[in-house]
Ligand binder design. Structure first.
Ligand code: GLC
Length: 448
C-alpha cells in the first residue's frame, strides 16, 4: 500500500465535505458553458498565436489517470463515492508501458490529427508529472515515470503540437473543496494550483495549448485567474488557453456538441469516441468512422476545431475500437485532409445527404449518404466553373438553372468510403440562399 502521508492530513475532511457541497451546488458537476458571452473578435496577438491551431482543425484529447486502472469512467471517484484511501490504491494498477505515449502520438498522426492534449491532472488530483508540490504523482506511484515528459517527447517526435489539460477542481487535495469558504485554505490551494501550472509551463519546453477544466468551487477572482493567465503567457508567450478558468481565454469549448461561436471568436468542440473520457471497460457505444468524419467536416465548415478523445487502458494501450475507428478516419484524411486543414468558414450547409467545406472559391461537397448517379445543391448562388471527384477522374457535368446545381454522370455506388467528396470550382465565394429558392422558384399553376 503506498504511503500518501504528505497528503493525508485533512483527507477525511475533504472526503466528507465534497459530496455535501456538490449537493448544494448541482451545477458543480456540470461543465461550464462552451459559449462565452464576452467573446470578441480575435486580437492581432491571438491571430498570431492561433494560426497553426486554426489550420490544424483536428486534435486528439487524451484522458489518462488513475481512473484508467478502475476502468469505470474518470468521474468514478465521485460518482461511486469511492473513499479516498481506496481510490489511491488504483496507483498499483496504473502502469503505462514504456513507449505508450509514442503509441498515442502515432495514432494521432495516422488519424490526421495535428495536436494532442493530455490530462496532466484530472479531478482525481493525481499528477502525471514529476511535481515537487505533492507526492501524489506518477514518479512516486504507478509507472514511477514522468508521463507528461514522455507525452511531450512523443508528440514532438511525431511532429505534433502538444497541450496540457489541467483540472482546477481537485477531489484529493484537502483544500480542494474547503477553499470555497475557508480563506486560509483558499490561499494554500490557489498557491498550490498556480505552482503546479508554473511547473508545467516551465519544465517541458514549448507548450502549445493549456486546457483548463472545471473551476468549481471558486470564481475567477477566487482562482486569481488573471494572474494565472499572466504567469502562463509570461512563461509561454505563444501558447493558447481555453475559457475554463472563468476567463474568456482564446477559445470556447463546447463539449459533446458542435456549436459555432459568433463574432469570429475561436472555438473547439471536444468529444468522446464512446460515452466516456477516461477508460471505461464496458462502454461500447462507439461512434462510427463516418460519424467522426461528419463531425470533423461540420467543425471545419463552421470555422471550429474538433478535439476527439481517447481513454487509454491502464497499461497505456489504446482500446482496439478507438484504434480501428481512428485508423479508418486517417485513411479518409489522406485524401480528405486537404478539404479540412486550413479550410475557410463555409456558408453552404443545407443538404440531407452531404455536408460542405470551403477554401477560397472552392466548395467541397462531402456526400455521406450516396444517392447514386446525380447530386444536387439548392440555392448555390455562384457559377460552378468545374466539378470533379476529389479522388480523381473525369470532369463531371454540371447544370445550373439559378436555383438548382445538378451534378450528373456519377457512378451508382459511392466511389469513396465512408464519405465521397466532390470538388466544385466556383466563380466567387460559394454561398447558399435557400430562401431565394423558396420565394422565387417558379411554381406550378392550379392543375398540371
Ligand atoms: C467535463 C468532465 C471531465 C472531462 C471534460 C472534458 O468537464 O468533468 O471529466 O474531462 O469535461 O471536456
Amino acid at each position: 500500500m503506498p504511503d500518501f502521508s504528505v497528503d493525508r492530513r485533512g483527507l477525511m475532511i475533504a472526503a466528507a465535505a465534497v459530496p455535501a457541497v456538490l449537493a448544494a451546488n448541482p451545477a458543480a458537476s456540470q461543465p461550464p458553458p462552451g459559449r462565452d458571452p464576452s467573446g470578441a473578435a480575435p486580437t492581432a496577438d491571438q491571430q498570431r498565436r492561433m494560426k497553426w491551431w486554426h489550420d490544424a482543425k483536428f486534435g486528439m484529447f487524451i484522458h489518462f489517470g488513475l481512473y484508467a486502472a478502475h476502468g469505470r469512467h474518470e468521474w468514478a471517484m465521485e460518482d461511486e463515492a469511492i473513499p479516498v484511501m481506496d481510490y489511491q490504491k488504483f496507483t498499483a494498477g496504473f502502469n503505462p508501458a514504456p513507449g505508450s505515449a509514442r503509441g498515442w502520438a502515432r495514432l494521432a498522426k495516422a488519424a490526421g490529427m495535428k495536436y494532442m492534449v493530455l490530462t496532466s491532472k484530472h479531478h482525481e488530483g493525481f499528477c502525471n508529472w514529476d511535481t515537487k508540490l505533492t507526492n501524489y504523482n506518477s514518479v512516486n506511484y504507478g509507472p514511477k515515470r514522468d508521463v507528461i515528459r514522455e507525452f511531450v517527447e512523443a508528440g514532438r517526435a511525431e511532429g505534433l503540437r502538444v497541450g496540457f489539460y489541467y483540472s482546477l477542481m481537485d477531489w484529493h487535495h484537502p483544500d480542494g473543496a474547503r477553499c470555497q469558504d475557508d480563506p486560509a485554505a483558499r490561499r494554500r490551494f490557489v498557491d498550490y494550483t498556480h505552482g503546479l501550472i508554473r511547473e508545467l509551463m516551465t519544465n517541458y519546453g514549448k507548450i502549445d495549448v493549456l486546457w483548463y477544466d472545471v473551476s468549481w468551487p471558486l470564481d475567477a477572482e477566487g482562482w486569481e485567474s488573471e494572474k494565472m493567465n499572466q504567469m502562463v503567457f509570461g512563461l509561454q508567450p505563444d501558447i493558447i488557453v481555453n475559457n475554463r478558468n472563468r476567463l474568456a481565454g482564446d477559445f470556447s469549448t463546447p463539449e459533446q456538441t458542435i456549436r459555432a461561436e459568433t463574432g469570429g471568436r475561436a472555438w473547439e468542440s471536444c468529444m468522446t469516441l464512446n460515452d466516456s473520457w477516461g477508460y471505461q471497460r464496458a462502454d461500447d457505444n462507439w461512434k462510427d468512422p463516418r460519424t467522426v468524419i461528419r463531425n470533423l467536416i461540420t467543425c471545419a465548415r463552421d470555422g471550429g476545431n474538433y478535439l476527439l478523445n481517447i481513454g487509454p487502458q491502464p497499461d497505456g494501450g489504446i482500446p482496439p475500437e478507438s484504434v480501428r475507428i481512428l485508423t479508418e478516419v486517417g485513411q479518409w484524411m489522406k485524401t480528405g485532409g486537404q478539404t479540412i486543414y486550413g479550410a475557410d468558414p463555409c456558408k453552404v450547409s443545407r443538404n440531407t445527404y452531404a455536408n460542405f467545406t470551403r477554401k477560397g472559391n472552392t466548395l467541397y461537397m462531402h456526400v455521406y449518404f450516396w444517392p447514386g448517379r446525380d447530386v444536387s445543391i439548392s440555392g448555390l448562388r455562384q457559377k460552378v466553373l468545374s466539378a470533379k471527384l476529389l479522388k480523381g477522374g473525369p470532369a463531371l457535368a454540371v447544370t445550373q438553372d439559378g436555383y438548382r446545381t445538378l451534378i450528373t454522370g456519377l457512378p451508382d455506388k459511392a466511389p469513396d468510403s465512408p464519405v465521397t467528396t466532390i470538388v466544385l470550382e466556383c466563380d466567387d465565394t460559394p454561398k447558399q440562399d435557400t430562401d431565394f429558392v423558396r420565394i422565387n422558384k417558379p411554381r406550378a399553376g392550379v392543375g398540371l
